[in-house]
Design a protein around this ligand. Structure first.
Ligand SMILES: C=CC1=C(C)c2cc3[nH]c(cc4nc(cc5[nH]c(cc1n2)c(C)c5CCC(=O)O)C(CCC(=O)O)=C4C)c(C)c3C=C
Ligand SMILES: [Fe+2]
Ligand SMILES: [Fe+2]
Length: 366
């Protein structure tokens, strides 16, 4: 008799969000998030001091206030949209995979999601980190936590990771499909692609040559072997793919790339969104459309930071309107793209790049 095929599970992983828009739950979330050495990569004693003496006494109350402005009646937008995507993908896969959502920080946690899949008999896992561009602080951290949990027990399952999809046609087509009517209705005269930032130090550490990143003004203008794992270069590649699909002409003329959400005083990847916005207004851009293609679900960073605060900043600087293009959320073309990403990755050999990115720096083979 033939051996029955292993039951397949799909684990979608996103960053996570507080349980409620109040100071206590936000503090718990930030403590877990910012204690992660892949997010705040400094000496553990320095990290503890920074967290407990500088960040946690003030930021939770301010962030909770921001979360209250965008909270939905069903909960945090990031969770609500990620759950809607999970349900739609499960339906589209029609029983071929058991599907669960796990959040890197907060709930539903990665261990709970894996336990639910295992209780349904899953022994063959595909993990899809829901970040288009790879960064140590997002995809590597999510994969590392997933592998840690997967290898805790006696039986270690088969695990496959879907690699970063920053230039995948399914992802780019889906975002362009969402953006086209919004940009047309806004009669936008410029499109800003605003990506979540990361510290420059993180990008430098992901450069296998140690010489490419920040070596010239145009080091992210094309993908090469040297910048294959560079978060900033992947963001520019996403922007080029979207600009081309949206029929935008020259960079600088019709579209611009910037990086938002920086935290702390160390340099983050540039140019900064809050510096670019007034520059665009002063240059005569009137109706700006902003896309945030580092996020596949709307969240605090899109709805509050861009939809509310950036809009205010742009109008104060002389712009007429700023229109936030909604994220992919559970749009049918994004659901199709996720199914395609999973099927393509399951037909390919295990992603060695994703595995090596999850291994701590010190143990990585040079
Ligand atoms: C797109 C992927 C993300 C990367 C890369 C990333 C890096 C990164 N983030 C912080 C600090 C914060 N980020 C916060 C919110 C937040 N970040 C992402 C995604 C990435 N972060 C998302 C999807 C969200 C939204 C969560 C939500 O609940 O809606 C926050 C919390 C909010 C706040 O207080 O501002 C912080 C803090 C660092 C330091 C970092 C890289 C080192
Ligand atoms: Fe973040
Ligand atoms: Fe780079």
């Amino acid at each position: 008799m033939a051996t029955p095929a292993a039951k397949r599970g799909l684990l979608l992983v996103n960053l996570g969000t507080p349980d409620a828009p109040e100071t206590g739950p936000v503090r718990r979330y930030l403590r877990e998030f910012l204690s992660d050495p892949r997010v705040v990569d400094i000496h553990p004693v320095g990290r503890w001091l920074l967290l407990n003496l500088i960040i946690l006494p003030v930021r939770p109350a301010k962030s909770a206030e921001a979360y209250r402005k965008i909270w939905m009646k069903e909960g945090s937008p990031l969770l609500v949209y990620s759950q809607a995507l999970t349900a739609a993908v499960a339906e589209r896969l029609g029983g071929e995979y058991e599907v669960e959502l796990g959040m890197r920080y907060g709930n539903p946690s990665i261990p709970d999601a894996i336990a639910r899949l295992r209780s349904r008999g899953v022994s063959d896992f595909t993990v899809l980190p829901l970040y288009p561009q790879e960064a140590t602080s997002s995809s590597s951290s999510s994969l590392a936590r997933t592998y840690e949990v997967m290898t805790e027990g006696w039986d270690v399952p088969n695990v496959r990771a879907v690699p970063a999809f920053y230039d995948h046609p399914g992802f780019l087509d889906a975002f362009a499909t969402v953006a086209r009517p919004v940009i047309a209705e806004a009669r936008a005269d410029h499109v800003l692609f605003s990506f979540h930032g990361v510290p420059e130090r993180h990008v430098k550490k992901s450069d296998p040559t140690g010489r490419h990143c920040f070596s010239s003004a145009g080091c992210c203008d094309a993908m090469t072997d040297a910048n294959r794992h560079c978060y900033r270069a992947q963001c520019f590649a996403t922007a080029r793919g979207l600009a081309q699909r949206l029929g935008l002409r020259a960079q600088g003329e019709d579209w611009t790339v910037s990086f938002q959400s920086r935290l702390g005083r160390t340099p983050w990847v540039k140019p900064y969104t809050d510096v670019v916005l007034p520059e665009l207004a002063q240059r005569g851009v009137k109706r700006l459309a902003v896309m945030c293609p580092a996020f596949v679900a709307d969240c605090l960073e899109t709805l509050e930071e861009v939809g509310l605060r950036a809009r205010e900043q742009f109008v104060e600087a002389g712009g007429e309107s700023l229109t936030l293009v909604p994220s992919l959320n559970a749009h049918p073309s994004w659901v199709d793209a996720v199914v395609r990403l999973v099927r393509e990755s399951d037909a390919a050999p295990t992603s060695v790049a994703a595995l090596s990115a999850a291994v701590p720096e010190a143990t990585r083979a040079r």
